[in-house]
Design a protein around this ligand. Structure first.
Ligand SMILES: CC(C)(COP(=O)(O)OP(=O)(O)OC[C@H]1O[C@@H](n2cnc3c(N)ncnc32)[C@H](O)[C@@H]1OP(=O)(O)O)[C@@H](O)C(=O)NCCC(=O)NCCS
Length: 194
């Protein structure tokens, strides 16, 4: 597939919402989509906010991915302000990834997720994590194929000194460290695996 991956623009929000809504109807994206539409998401000073779209050779949107710092978890952790800032520039959470059903198993998800990881690593982020429902063994394979460590169902995600997150019931975390640009220039080139 002739794939193009680019940052989502505020005007893409209809496409984005439709794709995520169709593929992930159980997840609520309202806040992110409103922020994206207003131009506040992914265009402001926070480099941890990444919203990408994948289009095929005909310009049809076939996939989308969205990552952002885990603001609500960090707020609950009640960190001092400087630690909070450091955590936001270190950690990002994959909030959503979806590929149109008729375009799956052709590398779109891989390209999207690697683009998210590269964008974050280039802005100094060191870790990307997320969680999925444990009934989705396919997702465990997908994330593992991309170098993520997939934790057992309901195992907590502990990222000292900032987070000790309890998994939601029947959910499991995945986590990958990201190699910063300066390290990648002197290494074999791929992201670190935890
Ligand atoms: C998860 C998802 C984004 C993957 O997108 P994709 O474009 O199909 O993924 P890729 O083609 O890049 O797959 C890469 C590898 O992941 C693994 N993988 C992906 N989907 C898989 C499946 N259904 N079953 C088993 N392994 C799978 C395979 O190892 C695959 O490599 P291969 O095709 O060479 O065997 C897509 O299936 C999707 O949109 N699912 C619904 C939304 C969703 O659940 N999102 C995740 C929320 S946490």
């Amino acid at each position: 597939m002739n794939l193009t991956i680019r940052r989502a623009a505020p005007t893409d929000v209809t496409n984005y919402g439709r794709l995520l809504g169709d593929e992930l109807p159980e997840v609520f994206f309202g806040d992110y989509l409103d922020l994206l539409a207003s131009g506040e998401f992914g265009y402001g000073p926070d480099p941890g906010e990444v919203a990408l779209l994948a289009s095929d050779g005909n310009g049809r949107v076939v996939g989308a991915a969205l990552a952002a710092p885990p603001v609500s978890s960090l707020t609950e952790a009640n960190l001092p302000e400087d630690e909070y800032e450091r955590a936001c520039s270190d950690l990002s959470k994959l909030a959503a990834i979806a590929v149109r059903s008729d375009s799956r198993r052709r590398g779109v998800g891989t390209n999207l997720l690697l683009s998210v990881a590269t964008t974050l690593a280039n802005s100094g982020h060191r870790r990307l994590f997320g969680q999925f429902h444990a009934k989705s063994s396919d997702l465990a394979k997908f994330y593992a194929s991309l170098g993520f460590r997939v934790l057992p169902p309901e195992a907590p995600l502990v990222l000292p000194p900032w987070l000790a997150l309890q998994a939601e019931p029947n959910y499991q975390f995945f986590l990958r460290t990201l190699l910063p640009l300066r390290d990648r220039e002197t290494s074999s080139g791929s992201a670190d695996r935890t």
